[in-house]
Design a protein around this ligand. Sequence first.
Ligand SMILES: [Mg+2]
Length: 277
Amino acid sequence: MRPLISLTESDICKLQGVLFDLDDTLLTHGTLTREAYGALWDLADAGLRLVAVTGRPSGWGEVLVRQWPIAAAVTENGAVWIAREGKRVRVIDSVSAEERRSRRMRLALLAEEIRQTVPEAALADDVASRVSDLAWDVSEHRKLAEPQIDTILKTIRQANGRTTRSSVHVHATFDGHDKASGALAFLRYAWGEDETRARAQYAFVGDSENDAACFAAFAVTIGVANVSEHLAHLSVPPRYITNRARGSGFAELSQSIVKGRDLGADRRTGRETEREE
Ligand SMILES: [Mg+2]
């Protein structure tokens, strides 16, 4: 990982948008600080498309897209997309209603099995707003021991489910998307973005295991400083790292991007003025 300062002006000027994780990336221990919220506005004012890419529920995404200066949210680790359309928001499920019903029934059976095998485990307090997956709280409001987390992961895999782990939750799903495939499919759906071009023109910022797919997929990837706590579990690390952690690291990135774009714009204007003379 290289320090953020080595991100070049030319990389920054190519960006159409910034994709960002929520927990422990934009949010600081679950809180949206004044600094981080201001940073989102700065990026939006600079003309960048902002898309939250999160393991959090689609129900949360609906609220965020209505209220924040962001264009969309790819939620539940890629499965359900929320897009702003004028003053309304549209919820897009990546599978049919019938298929969703069947998968939700399988998830309910899995939840019951885990309740019996790991009675200490508790579902996350945001599961009522989820459509495509279930999440267990492993370090948000309670700390679950690693052997019990391993048992949950094993039980999910034995039921042919997929597992994902964020900084706070363990997830189970029967969906195929991860954060990267879901984000790329959404960029095509929403703005007709060619997948290869999108990989080069959208930056991704994150912090932990469920961000590895995006760290691998996009050309400009940034970890906030606390990503260093998760390196042992990250199959692919980000290319750049901020000096500061969590929301403050996000603000540091926002400042770099805005400054890089301002410098690039000044340089282009300067060149045009020279040509005119
Ligand atoms: Mg995170």
